[in-house]
Ligand binder design. Structure first.
Ligand SMILES: [Zn+2]
Length: 120
């Protein structure tokens, strides 16, 4: 038996042509409006900035445990300091900004420490 296809919008089973993705035009329009809505565009923009920040930190760190990098170098790579996923404060009260599993700590004098979360 063929796998049952469901409408991408409402989830109802679809009969007929195997390339059909929606029940009808109403479902197609409703789906397209949803994925192009302002909020989902905003979310995609934030997610893409976070992914870019993560990739920059990942590439800089490579296989090292920690490295020191200048603020200028991070900015040149395109790191956006306004976007991070969480903060971790260590026992010394220093605030690490994490982008997923990669984090950075402002060491002052324009130098940052890049780290990877120990859970990984
Ligand atoms: Zn539908």
């Amino acid at each position: 038996m063929a796998e049952e296809k469901v409408c991408l919008d409402c989830g109802a089973p679809i009969r007929g042509r195997s390339d059909k993705r929606f029940c009808d035009d109403a479902c197609r329009n409703s789906y397209n409006n949803r994925i192009n809505s302002t909020s989902s565009i905003f979310i995609r923009k934030v997610n893409s900035t976070l992914r870019k920040n993560r990739r920059i930190l990942e590439e800089l760190l490579g296989t090292e445990k920690t490295i020191k990098v200048s603020r200028e170098h991070l900015l040149r790579k395109g790191l956006n300091f306004d976007y991070f996923t969480n903060q971790i404060v260590n026992v010394k009260g220093q605030v690490y900004y994490f982008v997923y599993e990669y984090g950075y700590l402002d060491l002052e004098e324009n130098t940052f420490l890049i780290v990877r979360h120990k859970g990984n």
